[in-house]
Write a protein that binds this ligand. Structure first.
Ligand code: 3HC
Length: 695
């Protein structure tokens, strides 16, 4: 459980006339730990036994309703009382129980609420069954009860996406019975309870109402179509399929039989490696927010306005992140034409989102209204945070930081979005305040990708670092601290993978062989498909090109990736890739020139050399102190590089196969790994001692 959690949950019963109000508390999120389950049972039982009480309001103290099972208890022996015991007590109560919901009612929390006879919520409340994100399914009747309220089709959407459903939508679908004014939950719920008594409303049990599921009975096509439509989204994951099977059971079987299916499948998932990995990733993401020598109460700069230098793809995407969070942005470019072009791209992005129905025209205008363009850097004088997002050229960046040093108000945080350059050197340019300089490395497209590497320079102050981390969270990013090194955490590891991919190309593997293995492993695409997507000509110039690599030759032939219809692959008009004979020939020519002969390379070798090379580089990143912890590296890879979360990240994966196996394999590949390749001392040590990165 959370480091902030007290030892035990508490409960109290207040009686107001005929209404008993049971309040439970277990900060910070009222997770259903053993003591919380006991508290619920004690509170409800006390209300049931109280002679004056005729109806019961069940409400939580603190920032939220029950946020779900205590995730830390999974994988440990079960402790009585079970959640079922608490649920049965509520559902079978002869006095109506009304759940009063604020914050988030999630997972086991919603499953408790679904055993109450009625539910009321405040407008800001959200309900959901997000277990799928933990590689699980709702194991306390959620897959059987939710479809009985919202129908099978909606339940499929909600449960397989783990949607946090807003109160208004809950009201419309009958998931809550009433929405009461914000801040008046307790009074509103008590009034609702009085109404239930006055009207003699029944002790309604969700489990008994079949009318929302019956129309789907004997209609397997609903499920078949859903599986097919979502095959790409669910690829590699076990949990979505298991959730679907439970909802099928809810439709086709009596309640108790459906619940037995749910129980069986839940136990399979909770003991499996995918859920372990996804639960690990949940806590890894939260751990990343904590910096050991920067306490939680470190003063931060209140970021009320942001400046961005550069209206290119990165600058525009970063500006959108802040506008989306309601923070005004000033974007500076060198010339009006570049500025207009950048702002037009942002507008087009918003309008495309609006076309998909995800934004209203009004929201588009509101967000655009938060963006002010300028060609004068002096307009950044009042900004609390300035992010430089110009192209990767040290001299230009230093010039900009020297100007910012002169222009910006005292206390402003000065960030660079560099993905490659030395943040310490950039900081020297802000000569009077190098401590204000921090790296904020966004990933493209910046308005979509979750990862933010926050790069801590040698002189970065606690305040600048904490501000970057805090604002990162506010704009919906997962922020991870990295020290200064070429490529920081993510790209440095990617380079290690790229070296092996290129090496195997010269040993006889084709780009599509390597990409296929990594795709099948669960990555969204392999290194060659990724290069084609990004453009092979990034960092390439015709003038200096010497036909010395496959990539250079491809660029010289104007095969610069997807945008030119050809790169490592050939593309059709719909950008479908297919293996290219041209590339094959170029590779073969290079091999012939170097006197290399083709040998068969197994899929295992492709996987091991690419992935273990990354693990090895990650171990170096860890031992050098560039990453604070192994789980930060995993958080980077899951959120920034599409690493399949059900494999927990490169470090977790290395632990799954075992550091000793990783070392054995790397040693067995020997010279093939490359002349400059060396195994990390940390990796060797863990392997020798039978220890792990993440446990
Ligand atoms: N169990 C244990 N710890 C939990 C927890 C849970 N369910 N939910 C949150 N925590 C901890 C976090 O690790 C964090 O600890 P820390 O302070 O030591 O880092 C602390 O509570 C606060 O969490 P957040 O930082 O995430 O707080 P936010 O306010 O940003 O978010 C939240 C709150 C939306 C509730 C978010 O924490 C969340 O999504 N929690 C998980 C919800 C969930 O998945 N519920 C389903 C659980 S599985 C289940 O119920 C199975 C059932 O079907 C049988």
């Amino acid at each position: 459980m959370s480091t902030h959690a007290p030892a035990n949950a508490t409960q109290r019963l207040d009686v107001e006339g005929a209404i008993g109000i049971v309040t439970v508390a277990y900060p910070p999120v009222n997770a259903l730990s053993r003591s919380m389950r006991q508290a619920i049972i004690d509170g409800i039982a006390a209300a049931q036994a109280h002679p004056d009480v005729q109806a019961i309001v069940f409400i939580c103290d603190g920032r939220t309703f029950l946020a779900g099972a205590d995730i830390t208890e999974f994988g440990k022996p079960p402790q009585a009382p079970s959640l079922y015991e608490a649920q049965d007590l509520i559902e079978n109560s002869t006095k109506p129980v009304i759940a009063a919901i604020h914050g988030t009612s999630l997972g086991g929390g919603l499953e408790v609420a679904l055993c109450c006879h009625y539910r009321v919520a405040v407008p800001s409340a959200k309900c959901g069954l997000p277990e799928v994100h933990l590689g699980l399914l709702p194991g306390a009747g959620g897959t059987q009860r939710l479809p009985r309220i919202v129908g099978a089709a909606k339940a499929l959407d909600y449960i397989t996406a783990g949607t946090h459903i807003p109160a208004s939508e809950c009201l419309a679908s009958g998931l809550v019975d009433a929405v009461v004014p914000e801040g008046e939950l307790r009074a509103g719920a008590v009034a609702f309870a009085r109404q239930v008594l006055a009207e003699g409303r029944p002790l309604r049990k969700v489990r008994d109402s079949d009318d929302k599921v019956l129309p789907f009975r004997g209609k397997p096509e609903l499920f078949a179509d859903f599986r097919q439509a979502n095959a790409k989204r669910f690829r590699g994951f076990l949990a979505p399929e298991y959730n679907i099977r439970c909802i099928e059971a809810a439709v086709n079987l009596p309640f108790d039989e459906g619940k037995a299916v749910e129980r069986k499948l839940f136990l399979e998932l909770v003991g499996g490696i995918q859920s372990q990995a996804q639960r690990y990733a949940f806590f890894a993401e939260r751990a990343a927010a904590k910096i050991p020598d920067v306490p939680d109460d470190t003063p931060t700069v209140k970021v009320a306005s942001v400046g961005i230098i550069g209206a290119g793809t990165m600058g525009g995407g970063i500006a959108m992140c802040f506008a989306n969070a309601g923070i005004p942005v000033t974007i500076v470019e060198t010339a009006p034409a570049a500025l207009d072009k950048g702002l037009a791209v942002v507008r087009r992005n918003y309008e495309n989102t609006a076309k998909k129905g995800k934004l209203t025209a009004e929201q588009v205008e509101k967000r655009m209204g938060l963006l002010t363009g300028s060609v004068d850097m002096n307009s950044l004088a009042g900004c609390d945070l300035v992010i430089e997002a110009v192209f990767e050229n040290m001299a230009i960046k230093k010039e900009i930081f020297a100007k910012l040093d002169a222009i910006c108000k005292p206390g402003a945080v000065l960030a660079t979005n560099t993905s490659a350059l030395d943040v310490n050197e950039i900081a020297t340019a802000a000569a009077s305040r190098p401590e204000a300089v921090v790296g904020m490395h966004f990933f493209s497209p910046a308005n979509v990708m979750k990862l933010l590497e926050v790069v801590r320079g040698a002189k970065t102050s606690h305040t600048a670092l904490a501000t970057a981390m805090q604002i990162g969270k506010k704009i919906g990013k997962v922020a991870v601290v990295s020290g200064v090194c070429p490529g920081f955490i993510g790209n440095r590891m990617l380079r290690a993978r790229g070296e092996q991919a290129q090496a195997m190309l010269m040993e006889g593997a084709m780009p599509w062989d390597i990409d296929r293995v990594l795709y099948d492993f669960g990555m969204p695409m392999g290194p060659f498909a990724m290069s084609d997507l990004a453009g092979l000509d990034i960092g390439w110039s015709k003038e200096t090109s010497k036909s010395s690599t496959v990539r250079e030759v491809l660029c010289e032939m104007d095969r610069r990736g997807q945008k030119t219809g050809a790169g490592y692959y050939d593309y059709d008009d719909k950008r479908n890739a297919k293996p290219s004979e041209v590339t094959r020939q170029i590779v073969r020519d290079f091999m012939a020139k170097a006197g290399q002969t083709t040998r068969p390379i197994s899929d295992d070798e492709i996987l091991e050399r690419t992935v273990y090379a990354m693990v090895n580089e990650a171990a170096k990143i860890l031992e050098e102190g560039i990453a604070l912890r192994a789980s930060d590296i995993d958080t980077v890879y899951i959120n920034g590089y599409g690493w399949p979360v059900y494999r927990g990240g490169p470090m977790f994966y290395a632990d799954t196969v075992g550091p000793a196996t990783v070392v054995d394999k790397l040693q067995a590949y020997g010279e093939r790994m490359g002349a400059g390749f060396s195994i990390s001392p940390l990796l060797l040590k863990l392997a020798a001692e039978g220890r792990f990165f993440t446990r």
